[in-house]
Design a protein around this ligand. Structure first.
Ligand SMILES: O=C(COP(=O)(O)O)[C@@H](O)CO
Length: 254
């Protein structure tokens, strides 16, 4: 899948119990997906298997919101790569700022998880982003370069094409977030692309999608998606209702 594809994804975060998730997945299964758009949905673990099975033959990828790097063991409360794979998931979200801020996720644990995901044939969706403080001190580019380099440390040349990245400024996420300016986003994505070129070479780096996330909504989604170095959007609140997700997909397709 090349960079001409527009990725549109949503994580339901800690929303929708098993019954509600099944209803939403059935509605997603009815959507007609425009060409060149690759939607994905990331439900909570409690409905991962059901959502995967409802969307199995549809052009909507399903992912987990996190996982451990070990394949089994005494890790109470954790879920392993083979467990995620067995549920039918195609991708796994790693390093979201809420995991980093509240659950001790670090660049190093993200790296372990990225390597484990690739080993088990899961596409890692790696979330990176600057905090408000880093943004204010104008070190965003350095932070993103560090996060990308550590997350991808040890990734083999042929594995880079399975990587998906999302730039999500921490200050842009959630109810208190403010959407980033389009010029700023384009600049950050250019810098991320440069880091990817350093790591994987120009040809491969061109094929790694880099999405934008953080207060994306129906109004701003097509503007972000149209930026030259942005390959789609990763949406929270605005895409939790299936109608909102559908509208954003359509806004990007047109
Ligand atoms: O956290 C994300 C964005 O959330 P918003 O509610 O859109 O600010 C991103 O990772 C998608 O879940």
């Amino acid at each position: 899948m090349g960079r001409r594809t527009a990725w549109v994804g949503t994580s339901w975060k800690m929303n929708k119990g098993p019954a509600e998730a099944v209803v939403a997945a059935r509605a997603l299964a009815e959507l007609s997906i425009p060409p060149h758009v690759q939607p994905f949905v990331v439900p909570p673990f409690t409905s991962l298997k059901d959502v995967c099975s409802i969307l199995r033959d549809k052009n909507i990828l399903v992912g987990a919101q996190n996982m451990h790097w070990e394949n089994e063991g005494a890790w109470t409360g954790e879920v392993s790569p083979p467990m995620v794979k067995e549920c039918g998931a195609a991708l796994v979200e790693l390093g979201h700022s809420e995991r980093r801020t509240y659950f001790g996720e670090t660049d190093q644990t993200v790296n372990l998880k990225v390597l484990a995901a690739l080993k088990y044939g899961l596409k890692p969706l790696i979330c990176i982003g600057d905090t408000q403080e880093e943004y204010a001190f104008n070190v965003t580019n350095e932070v993103l370069a560090r996060q990308v380099k550590i997350a991808l440390h040890g990734v083999k040349a042929h594995e880079f094409e399975n990587i998906l990245l999302a730039y999500e400024p921490v200050w842009a996420i959630g109810e208190k977030g403010r959407p980033a300016e389009a010029d700023f986003v384009q600049n950050c994505h250019e810098q991320v692309r440069q880091t990817l070129i350093e790591l994987a070479g120009e040809e491969t780096a061109e094929r790694i999608p880099v999405l934008y996330g953080g207060s994306v909504n129906l109004e701003n989604a097509p503007h972000y998606a149209a930026l030259p170095d942005v390959d789609g959007v990763f949406v929270g609140r605005a895409a939790w209702p299936v109608a909102g997700f559908k509208a954003i997909i359509e806004s990007i397709a047109t």
